[in-house]
Design a protein. Sequence first.
Lengths: 117, 115
Amino acid sequence: AQSVTQPDIHITVSEGASLELRCNYSYGATPYLFWYVQSPGQGLQLLLKYFSGDTLVQGIKGFEAEFKRSQSSFNLRKPSVHWSDAAEYFCAVGAPVNTGTASKLTFGTGTRLQVTL
Amino acid sequence: SQTIHQWPATLVQPVGSPLSLECTVEGTSNPNLYWYRQAAGRGLQLLFYSIGIDQISSEVPQNLSASRPQDRQFILSSKKLLLSDSGFYLCAWSVQRGGSTDTQYFGPGTRLTVL
């Protein structure tokens, strides 16, 4: 069964500083990997996803993530954080499914990002 | 473009009362639909998913049920709410496509408080 670990429950960074949020997954084959962001009281918004190909994936809002198979990681990065990036971030892993079934994602427990001015 | 709606946005219900949360998707046909619950300070727990009308799979035995009376409508229900049913309920949809895992797109959520 697949699993996701986000080891940092809470991270605080200063505005303008760089950011890296960690995600480690467990899955027997090449995984499908996602990062979502959730603002308080809101639904989840997709930041980026990795299915195959280039291991460095660009997303919205200036975020990127790098798939490292040898480390079973898919860390999210941003070179310069803005105050509006304060939110909760979720990493998720999925597996390929057959036609007529639903793809199910396994989510990490999330990392809450606080940005100080 | 596709949009997903959930209502109500917030709900406060007494213990033992019934529940009905609705989710609808626009702009796509025959989507996979999902219900998740997010308890305070915790991740997302998949409750139900559906690949078609009246085709519902339950992930976790609980006090809740789901129905899909129309292609783009997904309903989460309970006959008698428990305190432990409080949480943030999220509906999501994805394209049906075998051989891959498709991106799930989430609705705005419903905040349920059971008192």
